[in-house]
Design a protein around this ligand. Structure first.
Ligand code: HEM
Length: 421
């Protein structure tokens, strides 16, 4: 990030700490999830939410009192692909409060109309244009800064700053604004921990994007904001009030998930050196490594839905309005679907993981996320020969209950010679 020496809020803001707190301090939730799955595919829990209650971090946040957790791959897929009986509207109560109305909380037919509008910009073919110019250039700059050192912590030095810079560039934001953009993004994402802080960040980001939108309305450029301004739904252009929420959604959707998934990919390979060697020797294995890392340690453990009508799921009755937590993490480790599900194995079969969700809301940015992970892994293998976990590192591990990734990833490698790339 561009450093700030002045008295601006960015000068004292530590986004890494914010993200570490957000992840939750749980080392391994998978035995618990496996225990639930073995017991029942749909767990019904009454939550305690009084002042200081276990599940609320902020008194002003909306309260959820009754929760159905889905842990099997089959039922998770069933819920995600049925957006008539399982609505996404509950996202309006949480993340929607700070972002405004986004496609994440819309149901049919509104959802298709709005998603179609932005989907074009995220097609694999369109994204290829950013592969070298934005994504490759961003990775190159970050690696340049430490390639000569022979050691690094790949989280603060590589995976953390990477996707926020990519999104800032895709949106066409000036480089001088990146530190402010990073602070506001991370404060927005912390919505369930600090409600007021997230609302304040949302207001500030709205003002910030307002200026960018006004500028792009006058001077169209080759960036995503300009594309959104020119897009049409039902023959009419989007208003500023429709563009803001989408821009705000890109921050949590595109920044935090990708930073964590890239970190998990590197951790998976570094902690399984035989598989790292195999990928190094055969780059054709890169896509397999990416899919297995996403399955094994999904950065986002859970998505939510509400039942639109009374429904039975896995033999468990769910009332209309029932709140569902679909555990993507548990589904990805369902032994009914994957042999030895807890093992990281890039050579496994077992089919599509649910890390990007499924059905109508399946991740709009999945091609971008895969592209970012691919460019990052190839660059790391090209530029950091002999890459390995630092033998002196203290207990590298993945943690988190809501979001998951390693808090640190200290590595060693053969330093690049002067000017060598
Ligand atoms: C590895 C990285 C990523 C993961 C694991 C991930 C995961 C997900 C999941 C699980 C959903 C579905 C939510 C639901 O069904 O309620 C989703 C939706 C979405 N994602 Fe991602 N995502 C990633 C990267 C990205 C990126 C890079 C972008 C864009 C820059 C993005 C944009 C979106 C958007 C806009 C939606 C809403 C789609 C809709 O509601 O129709 N995601 N993502």
């Amino acid at each position: 990030m561009v450093s700030q020496q002045d008295g601006s809020p960015e000068a004292s803001y530590d986004p890494m700490r914010q993200f570490a707190e957000l992840a939750g301090d749980v080392r391994d939730p998978y035995p618990m999830l496996a225990g639930i799955r073995a017991d029942t595919p749909v767990l019904h829990v009454q939550l305690s939410t009084g002042p200081g209650g276990r599940y609320q971090h902020d008194d002003k946040a909306p309260r959820i009192t009754s929760l159905f957790t889905i842990t099997s791959h089959k039922l998770a897929q069933q819920v995600l692909t049925d957006n008539v009986r399982f609505s996404s509207a509950a996202n309006a109560m949480t993340i929607g409060q700070v972002m405004g109305r986004t496609i994440l909380e819309m149901d049919p037919p509104e959802h298709q109309r709005h998603r179609a509008l932005v989907a074009k910009a995220f097609r694999a073919r369109v994204l290829d244009q950013w592969s070298d110019t934005i994504i490759g250039a961003t990775i190159g700059e970050l690696i340049d800064a430490f390639a000569g050192d022979g050691q690094a912590d790949l989280i603060p030095q590589l995976t953390f700053p990477f996707p926020v810079r990519v999104i800032a560039r895709i949106l066409g934001l000036p480089e001088a604004d990146w530190p402010r953009f990073l602070r506001l993004s991370t404060q927005l994402i912390a919505v369930m921990r600090n409600w007021e802080g997230a609302l304040a960040a949302s207001r500030e980001l709205r003002g910030y994007f307002g200026e960018i939108i006004t500028d792009r309305r006058k001077h169209t450029r080759d960036d995503l904001v300009s594309q959104l301004i020119e897009a049409e739904v039902d023959g009419r252009r989007l208003s500023d009030d429709e563009i803001y929420p989408f821009l705000l959604l890109l921050l949590p959707a595109g920044v935090e998930t990708t930073y964590r998934s890239s970190s998990n990919l590197l951790f998976g390979l570094l902690s399984h050196p035989g598989q790292l060697d195999a990928v190094r020797a055969d780059r054709g294995l890169v896509p397999r490594a990416i899919e297995e890392a996403l399955r094994w340690e999904n950065p986002l453990l859970t998505v939510t839905r509400t039942a639109t009508e009374e429904v039975e799921l896995g033999g468990v009755p769910i009332p209309a309005g029932g709140f569902l937590a679909v555990s993507l993490g548990a589904a990805n480790r369902d032994p009914g679907r994957y042999a030895e599900p807890d093992a990281f194995d890039i050579f496994r079969s077992g089919g599509q993981h649910l890390s990007f969700g499924d059905g109508a809301h399946k991740c709009l940015g999945m091609h971008l996320a895969r592209l970012e992970m691919r460019v990052l892994l190839n660059a790391v293998l090209d530029r950091l020969p002999g890459l390995r976990l630092d033998p002196d590192a203290h207990d590298p591990h993945i943690h988190g209950l809501i979001f998951r990734s390693p808090p640190a990833l200290p590595v060693r490698f053969d330093p690049a010679s002067e000017g060598g790339r």
